[in-house]
Ligand binder design. Structure first.
Ligand code: NAI
Length: 468
């Protein structure tokens, strides 16, 4: 069978690329080793974790967020089985949605393990070991990423006691104590879920702050808020061992600056120390596809590898491991393969942590601007001075706008607060059009909204806020 393009992997990078390529008139096939489409994101990542984050937030809110609003409902009761069923149903409707879109766009699919045999040729081995050879003008590697584990530490992730995010979204009871190794996005999101449902949560983080890449001021306030919610932090602590014990597991760590090793016991340990590109069994070495020093598929600016007609997008190449980055690359690559000018603006890729409050950012952090020697000005506005936030008892957090000191062009926006993940997009659109803080501050914002805090932070950047 011969195609214009065959895509290996049906995650957000692969499936979006497939749909866009089909829309542009190409004959497309997708190869997927899972029984369902959607990759890590839809099956065991973004989507199920958001179902649990929402449900656990409702539980926590019912537990202690409503009485002050005059809503008295008594103590809520957790039905974990039902919560997990909600998560499973959410996953099913999303993966079925991708299957529907494949059908609608006349995209063929092959369930099995894809292997690149060289220019224009791939093989698919199905679960029964049957091999099919396919031909294509273009091959796209969109195989995503896998759990990296702890660098230099041997850990047996059994997904029952010592879990990755995969096991952390499927626990069958609320642990008494969950120790999270890594204070990054996965650790804080999943730590929040189980903390809200009643677990004691201890986060052990190597750096001296959580969310390493995020704006320092935001990360600091975020840690304070999470600590107030009951999360415990051991920062500047390097985990050196994770072992199973009679009662669960124990985690050993030592101060990064030097000092004695400490050990804590847990019934569940979540390993959330990053992900690595997934390239195993793809035949890339035999096909002559070159990887970079970090095991990622090396591509040029048009996502082409060193082998003509073989492309790669998403977590398996350089850049942030984010579903929306992969999706945009999928669209750009389909356009490039169709002879159009596909492009992704890597300076404007939002990042969101879906905790309560949410943390969202786009563009440069203050730390990055300082390191780059860029002269900038900044404006801040707290949600405690926003009327809508007060009405909703959501006054934690602030908005920070960073703009070029001379041109006033917005270089970065950072938000910690309720709904930050939605509010960030007005900043992303502004930055995509090269807008200034004055443009943002002079744009009429509906009252009363949380978004008025974004406008006020912009006003604070080029002159003065009104409500402070
Ligand atoms: P991460 O890179 O965000 O955080 C890992 C953390 O582990 C870092 O802070 C690191 O300093 C720490 N660490 C590493 N070795 C350690 C050690 N020996 N002891 C203690 N701490 C150690 O990785 P994470 O949270 O596993 O997420 C993986 C990927 O998935 C990331 O690229 C993330 O962006 C993505 N993701 C994105 C989400 C979102 O956008 N909301 C949600 C979940 C994942």
């Amino acid at each position: 069978m011969s195609y214009d393009v065959i895509i290996i992997g049906s995650g957000p990078g692969g499936y979006v690329c497939a749909i866009k390529a089909a829309q542009l008139g190409m004959k497309v096939a997708v190869v997927e080793k899972r029984a369902t489409f959607g990759g890590t994101c839809l099956n065991i990542g973004c989507i199920p974790s958001k179902a649990l984050l929402h449900a656990s937030e409702m539980f926590a809110h019912a537990n202690h967020g409503m009485e002050s609003l005059g809503v008295e409902i008594g103590k809520p009761k957790l039905n974990l089985e039902k919560m997990m069923a909600h998560k499973d149903a959410t996953v099913k409707s999303n993966v079925d949605g991708v299957a529907f879109l494949f059908k609608k766009n006349k995209i063929d699919s092959f369930i099995g393990h894809g292997k690149v045999l060289g220019e224009g040729k791939i093989s698919v081995t199905d679960n029964d070991g049957k091999e099919t050879e396919l031909e294509a003008r273009n091959i796209v590697i969109a195989t995503g990423s896998d759990v990296a584990g702890i660098p230099g530490v041997e850990v047996d992730i059994d997904e029952k006691v010592i879990v990755s995010s995969t096991g952390a979204i499927a626990l069958n009871k609320v642990p008494e104590h969950i120790v999270v190794v890594g204070g990054g996005v996965i650790g804080l999101e999943m730590g929040s879920v189980w903390g809200r449902l009643g677990a004691k949560v201890t986060v052990v983080e190597y750096l001296d702050k959580i969310l390493g890449g995020m704006d320092g001021e935001v990360a600091k306030q975020f840690q304070r808020i999470l600590a107030k919610q009951g999360m415990e932090f051991k920062v500047g602590a390097k985990v050196t061992g994770v072992e199973k014990s009679d009662k669960g597991a124990k985690v050993s760590f030592e101060p990064v600056k030097g000092g004695d090793t400490e050990t804590i016991n847990a019934d569940i340990v979540l390993i959330a120390t990053g992900r690595k590109p997934f390239t195993e069994g793809l035949g890339l070495e035999d096909a002559g596809v070159v990887l970079d020093e970090r095991g990622r598929v090396r591509t040029d600016h048009h996502y082409q590898t060193n082998v003509p007609g073989v492309y790669a997008i998403g977590d398996v190449i350089a850049g942030p491991m984010l579903a929306h980055k992969a999706e945009d690359e999928g669209v750009a690559l389909a356009e490039i393969m169709a002879g159009q000018a596909g492009h992704v603006n890597y300076d404007v890729i939002p990042g969101v942590v879906y905790t309560q409050p949410e943390v969202a950012s786009v563009g440069k952090t203050e730390e990055e601007l300082k390191a780059d020697g860029v002269k900038y000005k900044s404006g801040k506005f707290p949600f405690s001075a926003n009327g809508r936030a007060r009405a909703m008892e959501a006054s934690d957090g602030f908005v920070k706008v960073l703009a070029d000191a001379e041109t006033d062009r917005v270089l970065g926006v950072h938000i910690i607060g309720f709904g930050a993940g939605e509010m960030i997009h007005e900043a992303a659109v502004l930055m995509e059009f090269g807008g200034s803080s004055e443009d943002l501050g002079r744009t009429c914002h509906a009252h009363p909204t949380m978004s008025e805090a974004v406008k006020e932070a912009a006003l604070a950047t080029f002159f003065k806020p009104i409500h402070l």
